[in-house]
Design a protein around this ligand. Sequence first.
Ligand SMILES: Nc1ncnc2c1ncn2[C@@H]1O[C@H](COP(=O)(O)OP(=O)(O)OP(=O)(O)O)[C@@H](O)[C@H]1O
Ligand SMILES: [Mg+2]
Length: 492
Amino acid sequence: MSESPLQFFPKQLFYRFFLTQLLVAAPVLLLVVLASRFYIVHESAQIRSAAEIISLFDRTFFLLSLGTAVLFSGLSFWLGYRLIFPLGRIIVKARAISQKDYGFLSDNEENSASYLETGEWSDLESTLNRIERNLQTQDIRLSMEREELEAIISGITEAVIAVNREGELLFFNSQFAVLFGDQEEMKQKTQRLATFFRNPDVLEVFRTTLQDGLAHTVSTQIQLKNEAVPRYFSLSVAPLRLPKKDAYGAIGVFHDVTELKRMDQIRIDFVANVSHELRTPLTSVKGFAETLAEDVKNNRLELAPKHLGIITRNVDRLIALVHDLLDLSSLESGAELEKEKISLRELTEKVLQQLEPLAKPKGHIIKVYIDTEFLFADPKRIEQVLFNLTENAIKYVPNGKTIELRWRADPDHTIILHVSDDGPGIPAEHHARLFERFYRVDSVRGRDQGGTGLGLAIVKHIVNRHGGHVKVHGGLGKGTEFICCFPQGKDR
Ligand SMILES: Nc1ncnc2c1ncn2[C@@H]1O[C@H](COP(=O)(O)OP(=O)(O)OP(=O)(O)O)[C@@H](O)[C@H]1O
Ligand SMILES: [Mg+2]
């Protein structure tokens, strides 16, 4: 961009300077008049008439004053131009720097250099240029740092908010707006913390940090808009302060720990459930072992077989429980599946053979439909799925009812297992929790029948590990149907 040098010209300053010069010129002009007068007096000796004297005076005075005025004005103009021009340029630059108009300066820097005068003016101007360059570099760095910081803060999954000492919002990130914000409220600039939170824990921790200038953390429950249950947050608040100054505000980071809390609750429930499930058979084993010891001591052995039978049943139950727990843990820890081509006919026959002792006394009609022959999966795991579902049907369906096992293939290369019965059915309100560990529909009846509530949890884990899903159909009085889908992919 090429600019005219006149853009730097401080007109007012120049006019004032020029006027002052003219004022100085007045006494000089007086001196000219006096000089003319002396000259006339000296010359007038040879002049006879008054008219000649006056004409001589006029000519001399006019020429002398014109010459002096022209010389003086030229000199004054030149001096003003030389002095005021760089000064004007410096003033304009200083103004531009104060307004951070760096573009203006850089564009004109080369231009102005051509007008640089040697000496103090140019020193001053080049110093100003240096200051401008430093300020520009610092400004660019600062705005880059600010942008990076904003990108980082907006990118983190935690909600972040900063407030001043009066509790007014200084800053919040996009996650905060998503979780706690109201579009209308966020638009208003002077929003207060209390607008977003009624929760006393949140307000209290900010207040304490602003008061004592120390970082604090609090765990609290916050009810979010449009959510039915409150979420758990760990809120860390730290003071915002300049070096060696009091805190001018505080910054809070909301870490959503709802999932962690849920996992923790699952762990607590699991330990409680396992302990409970272990205690019942262990108490029984201990009790009957003591009774047996008494029997032996008193030589009354007629009840010993019965007591030994109870002990054995309870030990079996303990072994089954430990087995199921180990299965679950190996499935959860992501142990590798050993997949191979399984003959579904052979697998089903094997499972029904294993369950024969349980099924025979109950007189069920078990119908098997093998509409598809093969499945590519881990045979031991699939056997367990079929075993658990068929065992449930046998266990929970009254004698003489019908149980159906069906393997079929979907056109989208999914192999589907149906295990259905016309038993009492499972009330719909239990369906959502049926696949949780230790969940039993009727816990008393379930335990009487030796169940721990792990069978369906294991089924779900195995099917999921094979990339499939399991669902339950039916309801009270409508029988029960479990459906397991095993996606196979086109190449199988
Ligand atoms: N076919 C079914 N008909 C009626 N109720 C069923 C049927 N299958 C499962 N249930 C109910 O679902 C509950 C959970 O079954 P699950 O197999 O997970 O546990 P369990 O059979 O009690 O114990 P486990 O299988 O670990 O020995 C059972 O307690 C039972 O109440
Ligand atoms: Mg079961």
